[in-house]
Every structure is written in C-alpha cells, then in structure tokens.
Design a protein around this ligand. Structure first.
Ligand SMILES: *Cc1c(COP(=O)(O)O)cnc(C)c1O
Length: 370
C-alpha cells in the first residue's frame, strides 16, 4: 500500500535523485575495519583545520541555552554580518546552510510551467531544488568545464524565472571574472532572479574575481548566497545566508522556518566571523595545499581542472570508481563525480599538508595497479 501513497506524492519530489554526500569517516572505518584516526577524508570540501577555537569557545559558553528556542531573527549574527558586509540587516536571509536558502529561493519563484537555467556540471543542489518545485531545468553545456555565460544568457526563455550561477563552481572549481559577470547581468531580463552562489568566496584570491554583494545595488534581481561551511569551518553546524534586496529578503523570510539556524550555530558563526586569524590560516593552508596537490597530480601525469576553491577535480584517465574504491581501501576518501556526468573524474578536497601527502602517496600506489 505504501507504493500507492508514494505515487500520490507531487511528481517533482518523486522524480528526485537524492543528494550523494561524501562517505563519513566512521562508515569507512566500519566497512574496512580501519581505525578512524588512520582515515583521511578529503571528500566534502570541509575545512581541514577543524572548527575555529573561537567558535568552540562560543559554543561552550552557550551550551546552557540549549533548552531555549534560538533567536528567530538572529539579531547577533545579523548585526555582525551586516556590518562586516556593509549591507542593511534586512537584506540578509539565514538558512540551515546555504543549501536551505537555495531551496527557499526555488520554492518562492519556481513551479510547474516555469523554468530555471543552470550550467552543465553545476552544483547538484540547483537541479534538486528546481525539480522539487516542479519547474523545468534548462541545463546549458559547459565551456572548458566552466559556465558558458553567453550561452546561459541566450538560453533564458519567456518562462524562465531563475538562473543559478556558482562562482567558483563545485565540483569543477572554475570561476568567472567581474567583467564576465556584469556583462551577463546586463543581458538578463530584470524579472529573472540571478542566484550567485559564492560558497567558496573567502578562498578566492584573484584580482578579477567579483564580489557579488558589491553588485546588488546595480542589479536588484541579483541574490548572493554564502556559507559558514567552508572557509569558516562550520559545515557541521549548518549556517548559510543570502544577501539580496530588502524586498526579496522579506519574501524569503516569510517562508523561512523561524528557527532554521540553531542557537549554538549562531554564536559559533558570530565568533568566527570576527576571527581574522582563523580565516587567514584557512586561506594560507588552502593556497599551499592547492599548489602541492596540483603539482603532485601533474607529476603523476593526471590532468586536472585548475581550481579557485578548496578542492581539485582531476581526470583519472579511466573508471574513476575503480580509483575511488582502491583509495578507500587505503583509508583515503575522495569524491566520485559520476552523478555530475564526469565518470572519469574524482574530486579531492585540500587537506592539511600531511593529508595531502597521504592522498598523493595513495594515488601513486593505486595508479600502479589499475
Ligand atoms: C558546499 C556548497 C554549498 C553550501 O553548502 P552549505 O553547507 O549548505 O552552506 C553551496 N554551494 C556550493 C557550490 C557548495 O559547494
């Protein structure tokens, strides 16, 4: 009888393929009989430094608040973030991770009969959010693994309500410049919402890389999303946000669950937002690690996609799942990207230097036997 009930679910939800997360360390430990401490997880673009000590202190100081509901308006985080970003507090919408905000955006504007545009190889959450809302996805072929912004502008139809851009994109690590972005925004109709996902914003150190928030005044149809999951080291506590016009934020906040960010997550985010030293360390470790891993891949003859994020996606030159499995047996977890239509590639997150070395060493060994 359960089947009949499932048949009655909305077709957008029935047609979804669930998100495939990186394999948890504990799961691999159980499967392979390995010690958790012997496992290196470079599968989910997490911050290898672990949480900032400032975040941990804030959580410890606030543990006694757990019986209380969080501040639904997130006054403290809203205040800190609006100052940091030089935006009005009312322009911010908080989410349980930025994934939550991406879903709120799709739910607010998408429905059967309308469409959304995103790139081939774009972050898979866009396709899930669009499908769940019952809208049509227009997937634009990538150029050199990145967004082809000209083709994306041309793909917009009369029924298009939303465009998703990831800068940098996950899993390809590709990014577009300020000129490319403004050229694109100039071409897009003002009634189409452009969601600019900047999950890796804090990691990018490139003169040409645009700050989406600086463009909000000029483009009222632009919505920028960012997260505390990556460079700020709080993937497990789930805090992300959108910055937009006050009007768009007001709408999203009607749909947002009032307590979608918990009180410990909020205070951890406030603490690390003001922890410049942690952010600097995150950037430095990533920059050095990107160079080490890229050099290691080159030395072994693997082609990789140059990355602006905290990960590198490389071509195994064969069946990536074979490499993935053999790396698992050596206690190294990376991320297959076959679900992105990249069956020959693997994505590896940048870790601490010893973790990067472990990965390169394991890959070298695996390469000899496949
Ligand atoms: C990691 C990631 C996100 C956000 O994840 P949250 O943890 O939900 O904030 C969003 N977009 C991209 C492209 C990502 O890689």
């Amino acid at each position: 009888m359960g089947c009949d009930l499932v048949e009655l679910a909305v077709s957008g939800v029935r047609s979804l393929s669930p998100y495939l997360p990186g394999k948890p360390v504990e799961e691999l430990a159980r499967e392979q009989g390995l010690d958790v401490n012997a496992i290196v997880k470079l599968a989910s673009n997490e911050n290898p430094l672990g949480p900032a000590p400032s975040s941990l202190d804030a959580i410890e100081r606030n543990l006694s608040e757990l019986a209380r509901y969080p501040d639904g308006n997130l006054f403290n985080l809203r205040d800190a973030l609006s100052q940091k970003l030089a935006v009005q507090p009312e322009q911010i919408t908080f989410g349980n991770g930025s994934n939550d905000v991406l879903v709120l955006l799709a739910q607010s504007w998408l429905k059967p009969g309308v469409s959304a545009v995103f790139s081939q190889y774009a972050f898979v959450v866009y396709s899930i959010a669009v499908k769940a809302a019952g809208a049509e996805s227009i997937v634009v072929p990538a150029r050199n693994w990145g967004h082809d912004l000209d083709a994306m502008a041309d793909a917009v139809r009369d029924d298009t309500r939303m465009i998703f851009l990831a800068n940098p994109n996950n899993p390809t690590g590709t990014a577009f410049s300020r000129d490319e972005l403004t050229g694109f925004l100039d071409k897009v109709r003002s009634d189409v919402i452009v969601v600019l996902d900047e999950a890796y914003f804090e990691y990018v150190q490139d003169e040409e890389y645009p700050d989406g928030i600086a463009l909000l005044k000029q483009y009222p149809n632009l919505v920028v999303t960012r997260t505390f999951s990556k460079a700020y080291g709080l993937a497990g506590s789930r805090v992300g946000y959108a910055v937009s016009s006050v009007e768009i934020a007001g709408l999203l906040n009607k749909l947002r669950q009032p307590f979608n960010v918990n009180n410990l997550a909020e205070c951890a985010a406030v603490a690390v937002l003001n922890d410049d030293e942690y952010l600097e360390r995150s950037r430095a470790v990533n920059k050095e690690g990107l160079q080490t891993v890229a050099a290691g891949l080159r030395a072994m003859g693997f082609e990789y996609i140059p990355s602006m994020g905290n990960f590198i996606t490389f071509d195994t030159g064969g069946d990536a799942l074979v490499y993935y499995q053999k790396l698992l047996e050596k206690g190294v977890i990376v991320r297959p990207v076959a679900n992105y239509g990249m069956p020959g590639h693997l994505r590896v997150s940048i870790g601490l230097s010893e973790e990067n070395e472990r990965f390169l060493q394991a890959l070298e060994e695996v390469k000899k036997v496949v």
